[in-house]
Design a protein around this ligand. Structure first.
Ligand SMILES: Nc1nc2c(ncn2[C@@H]2O[C@H](COP(=O)(O)OP(=O)(O)OP(=O)(O)O)[C@@H](O)[C@H]2O)c(=O)[nH]1
Length: 310
């Protein structure tokens, strides 16, 4: 065994260590420290050349509560928020602290469960707090839902990314869009057709964004479940967290019996979204992470029912 050759170190204290690495004493401070005596650049008025369509903050992560008609019916997850509003040509800047100030207030005092209704209230309150005519907020969060194996019925949690976007305008009211991005299995129809055996298959990501009618009742329909079902029920097979052999056989055979191109996916999902009376406009995109390529296959459709001839 080698004898230890290092002596026990005697370190300078933390203050001295910081100085050693370049920290300096504070310089003279001449500017006010009281809020009411500080310059308020944001609120200065002048002709600043252009109105701004949207100014605010993005990538704000915060714990949120959500509900679902699938199990678990309530859960805590992490929301990633964007908050903005317009500002006029004569306004230098927005008051950015008010966005997170209101989020914290809602979280700590208002039992803030993120929903379409609570986000409508939030954006309206935000416009008042910002002294603006409008406000916009968007949140994306992982939504967890229980999924059982098709034969064993063994359960586990899957997740999809859900989004709610709410615009408020004092004159025109609210505009609401929701979206979901979920994962599915697709098995290639071409590969199945041309091959003696097997067919390549992969994970596909279906992303949907929809505009809801004004009378949409979120207590009657869980929009997350509706969008998830549109994606999964049209896929070659669903994705499962727990599969025993009898389950695996079932999903493998189901995928072979339901081959889908990326084009088939967007058309079939579009048909389901089209049939929902509370969906006005929608866009659907599918991205297959091809298992026989390094690249992905993509397709998308955007459709506005309100533009149809009556
Ligand atoms: N407008 C603007 N603010 C910024 C920018 N970068 C940072 N800030 C923010 O300026 C904020 C402080 O300004 P305000 O929110 O107006 O603070 P305040 O005037 O003390 O707040 P109120 O009393 O609510 O008016 C901090 O939250 C910073 O994040 C920027 O590019 N534009």
């Amino acid at each position: 065994m080698n004898a230890p050759n290092n002596r026990k170190k005697v370190l300078p204290n933390k203050f001295e260590r910081h100085k050693l690495f370049g920290s300096v004493d504070p310089g003279p401070k001449t500017k006010p420290i009281e809020k009411d005596k500080m310059a308020d650049l944001q609120n200065s008025r002048k002709d600043f050349l252009f109105e701004i369509d949207a100014v605010g903050i993005s990538n704000v992560k915060h714990p949120i509560q959500i509900t679902s008609q699938l199990q678990p019916q309530s859960q805590t997850t992490i929301g990633t928020f964007t908050f903005t509003s317009k500002i006029n040509q004569d306004s230098k800047g927005t008051n950015m602290s008010r966005f997170t100030e209101q989020l914290t207030e809602y979280h700590s005092t208002k039992n803030f469960i993120v929903s379409i209704a609570s986000m409508k209230q939030f954006t309206q309150d935000l416009a008042v707090r910002l002294k603006q005519e409008d406000a916009y907020m968007e949140v994306t969060f992982p939504w967890f839902f229980e999924r059982k194996g098709p034969s064993s019925e063994l359960a586990g949690l899957n997740h999809a990314d859900a989004t709610i976007k709410v615009s408020y305008d004092k004159k025109f009211g609210f505009d609401v869009e929701v979206g979901l991005s979920g994962t599915i299995t697709t098995l290639c129809p071409c590969s199945k057709e041309i091959s003696e055996y097997s067919a390549h298959n992969q994970r596909g990501i279906v992303s949907m964004t929809v505009s809801l009618t004004d009378d949409f009742d979120e207590t009657a329909h869980d929009w997350k479940e509706v969008l998830l079902e549109a994606a999964e029920s049209n896929a070659s097979a669903r994705i499962h967290p727990v599969l025993k052999r009898p389950d695996e056989k079932m999903v493998t055979e189901q995928a072979y019996e339901n081959p889908r191109f990326v084009e088939d996916m967007v058309r079939l999902v579009a048909a389901d979204l089209y049939e929902q009376p509370f969906i006005e406009k929608f866009s659907v995109a599918c991205r297959n992470e091809e298992s026989i390529h390094l690249h992905d296959a993509i397709a998308s459709i955007t459709y506005d029912k309100s533009k149809e001839m009556k």
